[in-house]
Design a protein around this ligand. Sequence first.
Ligand code: SF4
Length: 465
Amino acid sequence: MIRKAKGFYETFDRKEPGTRATHYCPGCGHGIIHKLIGEAMAELGIQDRTVFVSPVGCAAFCFHYFDCGNVAGPHGRASAVATGITRSLPGKVVISYQGDGDLGAIGFNNAFQAANRGEHFACFFVNNSIYAMTGGQMAPTTMLGQKTTTTPFGRDPVKEGYPLKVCEILNQLEAPVFIERVSVSDTKRIMQARKAVRKALEIQRDGRGYAFVEFLSPCPTNWRMDAVASAQFVNEKMEKVFPLGNFRDRSAEPAPVAKAIPRLTVEELLDRGHEGGPAQVDHEFRERRFKFSGFGGQGVLSLGLVVAEAAGASGRFVSWLPSYGPEQRGGYASCSVVVSGKEVGSPTVDSPDVLVLMSQPAAEKFAMTVPDGGVVIYESSLPEPKVRPGVRVMGFPASRIAAEAGTPKAANTALLGALTALELHGLSEGKVLLALDASFAAKPALVERNRKVYQAAFDWARNNL
Ligand code: SF4
């Protein structure tokens, strides 16, 4: 009987409410494959615990059709998204649905590594030997001699390599439980494909591991053929290159069991034993966003880290995000710190309330990002940076103070003293000093020396700024 599979929504409201047809071209294999999946999902009784990850490609709108949990993956990343879901929600039935451009090219490493780890999801791979959604370019699975918009004279193995046989590659791995290549070009083949879909989903229902099904699927539009000729093309051309059959079925073997790991709460994971304990929501606390910037080796990242640690010890929500060039010393370095009374939405700081500058390139890069009302503290041996109207600029002789206090390399600690003296971070001096001391836990001899620099800087800032 020809009817809609039970696993589908009643209507497909992608564009018009009440639509009953998919967006696929006539003769396309996607609709058939969808029906096999929707039918199996409903009949195996797993619909309510199925999460379907749709790809980028012609099937990018899967979530308008399947009546289950749906997530749209970025291009080539459906297997990575499926991995995340299956690991965070064990017990769900997870499906990654991907085309040959999506899985075979940009996402191959994601898919390959997921298969190698034996992640617990079913990967349905649609091979129509072409990039379909973007207009028929050569895909990794394009056959030798096949004409596409980017191989108008046919794929040449010398220039473009050979068609990627994904089932054969995955069959080299230990972990996959089930691998099969099927076709949806005619009724007999569709019935075999139906069995493979069911088997892959049964393996997921029973939590047995990774299952991979490749579908040879017609794309009449990009092949520039009618539906009948496309089906023949699959049978006569594609099957020669991509032979159908089961490569592996280990579903009857006992499933390996992972070693148990201790379960920790988020608080246990995050609480590293500082006295402040987990952060507390405080809507009265004004969020402060900092950028500390300079050269690598000036201690810019450590300065931000001390502020972040002091904030954490004060029960604030905090993030610290470093950014640096490849050089160990002398390259560009900066870090963004957000101190907040509520969970930090984003750790990036594009418009800092407080900007600390320790180098000229940093001044050129960041000074104009500080908004009206913000503060810029710069090492005063540098030229005064150009800032926007309404920004307070303060030159601070961090290097000179550190040198006079006996530790020339501690200009970053001097800046910490100035920040505290000017009350720019909203944290108590006690917490700041504890964090400063803790940052030298591995070099106790430096604790007192940095305290001395800190105090000299604090006093200078109080008296002069
Ligand atoms: S372009 Fe090809 S793969 Fe895409 S919907 Fe049309 S027939 Fe199907």
